[in-house]
Design a protein. Structure first.
Ligand code: FES
Length: 173
């Protein structure tokens, strides 16, 4: 008899907790429209627009060293010679990448023979003609590719990045 009463008390407490929990969850997920938009906006980064070079400075398949979005983030600017997805300029072949390996941050070197970036640490390889896609190795993400824009004078600007740069919690510090 006493045991049945305890079971009954337990059931009522369980149900009360469930109702309160559901009400709390509903309150947490329903935000006024303006507040929800403000939270989304905070998640977006303001990337600097940095002039990297002029088209006339580039030679096909010879990378130029750059730093983007700041001097502590080394990368390359590269004219590939054939149009690629995400490539800019009149030939659609100019791209830019971080050269910090996404695995452990070693600085990678460019191999002109197959247009790849190669890591001396544990030998990950990334395809510069395929948006920095990893083609071999330990890394678990593709290479950050920088978003480029070319103005009517042929000046090339970097204005964003599509992956997290190695060692950072945010690409823009
Ligand atoms: Fe590049 Fe490990 S640091 S593969």
């Amino acid at each position: 008899m006493k045991c049945n009463r305890l079971v009954d008390v337990g059931r009522r407490q369980f149900l009360r907790g469930g109702v309160l929990g559901a009400a709390g969850a509903a309150a947490a997920t329903v935000l006024p429209a303006g507040q929800a938009q403000a939270q989304t906006a905070k998640a977006m980064l303001d990337y600097p627009s940095s002039k990297l070079a002029n088209i006339s400075d580039l030679k096909v398949n010879e990378p130029m060293d750059i730093g983007y979005p700041d001097a502590d983030s080394p990368g390359i600017l590269l004219k590939l010679g054939t149009p690629v997805e995400g490539g800019v300029g009149p030939d659609g072949d100019i791209v830019a990448y971080s050269v910090l390996c996404p695995h452990k941050g070693y600085i990678m070197s460019y191999a002109a023979s197959d247009k790849t970036l190669n890591c001396p640490g544990h030998f990950s390889r990334f395809d510069c003609e395929k948006g920095g896609q990893q083609i071999w190795g330990h890394a678990t993400q593709n290479l950050p590719q920088f978003t480029l824009r070319v103005d009517d004078k042929g000046d090339i600007y970097a204005e964003g990045a599509d992956e997290l740069i190695y060692g950072r919690l945010s690409n823009v510090l």
